[in-house]
Design a protein around this ligand. Structure first.
Ligand SMILES: [Zn+2]
Length: 589
């Protein structure tokens, strides 16, 4: 039986923990603190938060490296017992300065009772587990929103289809159950195969309906025609090619039981009715995205993952389970096979990448919405770069049909007015804001910013904390070059953090043949293009028509220092071949 609530899966199924721990919010601090020599011990002894409470001890739980620095999670212990969901996430610039602290620890705790009566919860909990296997149990403090702590057992159980959950119990009852599913490299050889790239409707330029339907996974000529031939690396062992490489290993650990395809030639050629087709699809899209993450310079794809391309016993859902080694992905085959749509593959893989960037941090209603948004954003960013048709829809093939509605990344929803109870629908605010930045400043920059930010993500954080971390990532990776477009888009969504101001603009469009935007601040103009422009130039004229500035524009972005210009009206002209964009600009000071 499937659990009632799965965390971080594809569809809109809510997670009960959001409701149980409602009211606990992390305390965030983005002020720089110098700590000298950078290591966990020094952070613990120099940060006032981690030393202030005498009865408190903080233990290092994990440590990650990102492009901009290092990231540490400490968990809180009181009277020798760990406090449930008490992570303090500390980010540094890698050079002895703490840049962000997101604190979920309990301050001024009130102890409700001291010690559990039984040594083990097992005798009374076993009959309540409905046949699930008990893996670990730990005595912990469970805090509520008022910092009252009660003594509980925290148990990890495993049910069918990789449905791990965390069960919290006292001496007699289960208090709540939280689902934990989120939703070797021998010599590799290059092999060929066929996949949808990113899905058959996008490449056909169609929407779901008519002949463009799933038809119970049957082959159809139009679907076979939409397959694209691709290369990927596979393992070659004893004369046999296998679907595994340093990113992912295709396995069959869940029902339905369908053998993993192998080949004696370097070719994996299948049509969609064959199970090898979905296996190659998972293999290819994960490998491509994993390579891309490595090329960006991040290390969170450098660990092997396992994937079952036909899982969850026929259900129309997919998820990520981190309680295995290697961690696992499950792709359902209800409705359209999930693994046939690159958006689903990249979404689930992104949960793994987020987990690897900041382990055990996906807790709390806004934090969970941010994870769904990251996964939807990555899916949209990946497939929009391949083919921009209908890019505002995620899951073009798997969703937006009779099986489920899918989601969008071009929503106009704002924070907090349009926040509801669904982490998936709330996530559309953040993913849609990121896709606007994608159009403004490009895929490469936006991808890098959101990946960097995820390394500092923490339990119970808010959308505004994420906004601060996005701006910090821009400061750390690009010297603040994109401050103006980012604050503008955050502002439009109701997400401009306190203390951040918009750039004064005062720019009117005169002619608009190029997808170019200009953002202005006191001393800078940032000119960005949504498409890659070759041979583009930026020219600025004063009110008398005299040219005062000329520069080539490279890589879709140009930053111009305007300090030397006196106040007044200017004309900004961006030209690329026969097209141009002309804007009138009022420099106020
Ligand atoms: Zn998800």
């Amino acid at each position: 039986m499937l659990p009632v609530a799965l965390l971080a899966q594809k569809h809109e199924v809510e997670n009960v923990s959001s409701h149980f721990l409602n009211g606990r919010k992390c305390i965030s601090n983005f002020h720089a603190v110098a700590i000298g020599q950078e290591n966990a011990d020094n952070i613990r002894s120099k940060l006032p938060l981690l030393t202030a409470q005498a009865a408190t001890d903080f233990v290092l739980e994990s440590e990650q490296a990102s492009l901009a620095g290092r990231h540490y999670s400490f968990v809180q212990f009181l009277k020798g017992l760990e406090v449930y969901q008490s992570q303090v996430r500390v980010s540094t610039n890698g050079k002895g300065t703490v840049t962000a602290v997101l604190d979920n620890s309990v301050h001024q705790p009130v102890f409700v009772h001291e010690k559990l009566k039984a040594v083990s919860a097992l005798p009374f909990i076993q009959p309540l587990l409905n046949g699930k296997q008990l893996h670990t149990q730990k005595e912990m403090w469970l805090p509520d929103a008022d910092n009252k702590l009660r003594n509980v057992y925290v148990l990890k159980t495993e049910g069918a289809h990789g449905s791990w959950s965390e069960v919290i119990a006292d001496n007699h009852n289960i208090i709540f159950e939280r689902d934990l599913n989120m939703y070797f490299a021998p010599p590799d050889s290059t092999v060929k195969g066929f996949v949808f790239l990113p899905d058959p409707l996008t490449t056909a330029g169609k929407v779901y309906g008519g002949i463009y339907v799933d038809n119970a996974d049957a082959d159809a000529q139009w679907l076979t025609d939409e397959r694209k031939q691709i290369d990927f690396t596979a393992d070659f062992d004893n004369g046999t090619f296998r679907l595994r490489n340093s990113f992912v290993r295709i396995s069959d650990y869940d029902l339905p039981s369908l053998a993993v395809a192998t080949s004696t030639t370097p070719e994996f050629n299948f049509t969609r009715s064959q199970s090898g087709f979905e296996q190659v699809s998972v293999m290819y899209h994960i490998s491509e995205f994993g390579k891309y993450v490595q090329q960006m310079g991040f290390n969170n794809a450098n660990v092997l993952l396992e994937a079952d391309a036909h899982a969850v016993n026929g259900a129309d859902n997919s998820y990520f389970a981190f309680n295995y080694n290697p961690m696992r992905l499950y792709f359902g085959i209800g409705g359209v096979d999930d693994a046939e749509d690159a958006d689903v593959v990249i979404h689930e893989y992104s949960h793994f990448l987020s987990y690897r960037a900041s382990p055990n941090s996906n807790v709390g209603p806004e934090r969970e919405a941010l994870d769904e948004a990251f996964c939807d954003y990555n899916a949209a960013s990946y497939s929009r770069a391949i083919n921009a048709f209908n890019w505002g829809r995620v899951y073009n093939w798997d969703g937006h049909n009779e099986f489920w509605n899918g989601r969008v990344v071009n929503s106009s929803k704002i924070y907090p007015a349009n926040m509801g109870s669904s982490i998936y629908r709330n996530g559309e605010i953040w993913s849609s804001m990121l896709m606007q930045l994608w159009s403004d400043i490009g895929k490469a920059v936006t991808d890098k910013l959101i990946f960097q930010a995820h390394f500092s993500f923490a339990q119970n954080m808010s959308f505004l904390d994420a906004a601060n971390l996005l701006l910090q990532a821009d400061q750390q990776l690009f010297g603040g070059q994109y401050y103006c477009p980012i604050t503008q888009r955050l502002h439009e969504r109701g997400l401009l953090p306190a203390g951040k101001t918009l750039c004064p603009i005062g720019i009117d469009e005169v002619a608009n043949e190029l997808p170019v935007q200009v953002f202005g601040s006191e001393n800078w103009l940032v000119i960005t293009s949504g498409e890659t422009l070759w041979n583009a130039t930026v020219e600025v004229f004063d009110a008398s028509g005299r040219s005062v500035y000329t520069a080539p524009m490279h890589d879709g972005t140009h930053r111009m220092n305007t300090q030397g210009l006196s106040a007044g009206i200017y004309i900004i002209k961006v030209k690329a071949d026969a097209r141009s964009k002309v804007m009138k600009w009022l420099k106020k000071h």
